[in-house]
Design a protein around this ligand. Structure first.
Ligand code: CP
Length: 303
């Protein structure tokens, strides 16, 4: 059975193939063709144990555009609340003849665990602070679209690197494609041996922004943050928040990204998020084509 559990398990050729496939789906979408029959015989369950707007809707739309049958499960309204385990939950869903499971879960490694216990293709839609592979793919795809490629580009990832599955998956994806990556954020939100991932730490935001072509601004994750990690949100914003004045004072125009949801006025101000330098909504748009490509390529192996 084939899965997408993390960028860690992909190579550069896999990413190239996903991007070339996404290019074709994006062309189809741009021609206003709403549906293709590629996954007509496939049933997909989207099971979400954590809240989501973009990832959940984007996967569902991708599945429907590929003509798959789709069922949706949110843990909050389910028998998980009565104590049913993850494996029992998924095995019950699979007994309804489901071929693929798209899962978001708060525990790191939940997708890997599931892939060892159930007979279905698993797509990781975010597992705790571990990986968010389709987010990293759509992020790199958006850089490629905006700047003509990823190799040789300088990307800084700013914020809570310690708790961020988006950061880890992006580091793996960008390095695989030959980008140079720096991370910038408070020391208390930086993993201890982050340099072992092949990135450099730049603690000064202005220096990081003056160096980069692209800044990926991460969300401050209040739900994963212990107050002892960083004293106040106001201090964070002062040192690591991007505003218009800071952007205008740089030597060049850089590209601004954010995975969403945005804490407006914390990691990024509205006049940056909604500016011409921002590709935040392009990232969301590209997410559908990327997820169509991932599902199509996995399904072609199980059909
Ligand atoms: N980027 C992202 O994963 O957003 P959601 O949490 O809304 O899915």
């Amino acid at each position: 059975v084939h899965h997408l559990l993390g960028i860690k398990y992909l190579n550069e050729a896999d990413i190239d193939l996903i991007f070339e496939t996404a290019d074709q789906f994006k062309e189809v979408i741009n021609r206003s063709i709403k549906k293709v029959p590629s996954l007509r015989d496939i049933t997909i369950a989207n099971i979400f144990f954590e809240n989501s707007t973009r990832t959940k809707l984007s996967f569902e739309l991708a599945e429907k555009r590929l003509s798959a049958d789709v069922i949706n499960f949110s843990a909050g309204q389910s028998s998980v609340k009565k104590g049913e385990t993850l494996i029992d939950t998924v095995n019950n869903i699979l007994s309804m003849k489901v071929d693929m499971v798209v899962m978001r879960h708060p525990n790191p490694g939940a997708g890997i665990f599931l892939s060892r216990h159930v007979k279905a293709s698993i797509v990781n839609a975010g597992d705790g602070a571990h990986e968010h592979p389709t987010q990293a793919l759509l992020d790199s795809y958006s850089i490629r679209e905006k700047l003509g490629g990823v190799a040789g580009k300088k990307v800084v990832i700013v914020g809570d690197i310690l708790h961020s599955r988006v950061a880890l998956s992006n580091i793996f994806a960008l390095k695989l494609q030959g980008a140079t990556v720096k991370v910038c954020g408070p020391r208390t939100l930086m993993p201890k041996h982050v340099e072992s991932l092949g990135v450099e730490v730049e603690p000064n935001l202005r220096k990081a922004l003056n160096w980069c072509d692209v800044a990926n601004m991460l969300r401050i994750q209040n739900e994963r943050l212990d107050i002892s990690y960083f004293p106040t949100i106001r201090e964070y914003t002062q040192q690591f928040g991007v505003n218009r004045k800071l952007l205008d004072s740089l030597d060049k125009d850089i590209v601004i990204m954010h995975p969403g949801p945005i804490n407006r006025g914390v990691e990024i101000t509205s006049d940056v998020a909604d500016s011409k330098q921002s590709i935040i909504l392009n990232q969301v748009e590209n997410g559908v084509a990327i997820r169509m490509a991932v599902l199509y390529l996995l399904a072609s192996k199980i059909k």
